[in-house]
Design a binder for this molecule. Structure first.
Ligand code: PEP
Ligand code: MG
Length: 325
């Protein structure tokens, strides 16, 4: 199998009916970027910038952030990197961020985390924005905001970048050649206001790890619940289908960056729903490329439509049977 996947490294994953599936990878450490070459992934669809913060004893200085982002972009070469601004707080709390403004979260996943924290601790967001803008001088910069729950949060976050960009422009510093902003769709409320957001973003990446925990009200870290709800449930798949339909017709890239996309049956279902970009763990890139090449996207779309309209007892079993056939 490994040899088979290695052979696919330089092969572009087209489905049997000619749909190009973008298979990107998730990363969070400088060294992860080397996996781009090993796996042949199309780029980094989710770079988790909080890793640098989590492994540091104090808030990483701006120049250290800049250096990391520059190294990542250099190592990625021509491939696209989507940097997600910090998703810290909640259960990923940092001792150096505590004291006065820290909140004792009873429900950390739904607490003072990610963009909520970064916008309130304005210095954090500003220095990350400046570091990313400087690191991407002369190249395209892709920035993604986590845990956006309402469109105004996107506007505020983008304004921080815009402000830093204006500053750099006045200083006559070299700027990125293009800047694309996007959001993670991982809080269900955002799905209800997508029409407001779509004119403003370049891409949307569905974070199925958090999305499922919020849709089912089931803690993603609680092992007692790990097997209880299935990603291949009508609730999740119908939700995702509505998102795909709402986004269609907009020049906005829609992808999935949660763990779901790295599993074979789940990836098959996502292709059937119309998703064409997956960002997954590096080890899954080969297997998912191989899968994409075996699929006829129209056939699986038709099967999915039938199952979603009239769900069988187990969508997983139906998908499995379909895949075997
Ligand atoms: C997600 O929530 O699906 C996601 C990709 O982000 P994280 O796992 O870092 O919360
Ligand atoms: Mg998340």
């Amino acid at each position: 199998r490994l040899a088979e996947y290695a052979k696919l490294r330089d092969v572009e994953p087209f489905t049997r009916d000619g749909e190009r599936i973008e298979v990107m990878m998730n990363a969070g450490l400088r060294d992860d970027v080397a996996m781009l070459g090993v796996t042949g992934a199309d780029g980094i669809g989710l770079y988790r910038t909080e890793f640098q913060f989590l492994v540091s004893a104090q808030l990483p200085q701006r120049d250290r952030q800049t250096r990391l982002y520059r190294d990542v972009l250099e190592a990625a070469g021509d491939k696209r990197v989507i940097f997600r601004t910090v998703d810290i707080g909640g259960d990923k709390s940092l001792p150096y961020l505590s004291s006065d403004t820290s909140r004792e979260d009873e429900n950390p996943a739904m607490g003072w985390r990610a963009l909520r924290l970064a916008l309130e601790r304005g210095g954090l967001m500003k220095s990350q924005a400046r570091a990313l803008l400087e690191a991407a001088a002369g190249r395209e910069l892709n920035v993604m905001f986590p845990m956006v729950s309402e469109p105004w949060e996107f506007d505020e976050a983008q304004a921080v970048f815009q402000h830093q960009l204006d500053f750099l422009r006045k200083q006559r510093r070299k700027l990125p050649s293009a800047i694309r902003y996007g959001v993670m769709l991982e809080v269900p409320s955002l799905a209800e206001t997508l029409d407001m957001l779509l004119p403003r973003v370049s891409f949307i990446s569905i974070g199925t790890n958090d999305l499922t925990q919020f849709l089912f009200a089931a803690d993603r870290a609680n092992p007692a619940l790990a097997e209880r709800y299935d990603w291949l449930s009508p609730a999740i798949l119908r939700f995702l289908k509505r998102v795909v339909v709402t986004c269609s017709g907009w020049p906005v890239h829609l992808g999935v960056c949660g763990e779901m996309g790295g599993r074979r049956l789940e990836a098959l279902a996502l292709i059937g729903l119309g998703i064409r970009r997956l960002s997954i763990t590096p080890a899954a890139v080969g297997p998912i490329k191989a899968l994409a090449r075996q699929v006829d996207s129209r056939e699986i779309a038709e099967a999915m439509n039938g199952w979603l309209a009239n769900p069988p007892p187990s969508l997983r079993a139906s998908l499995q049977a379909w895949a075997e056939e």
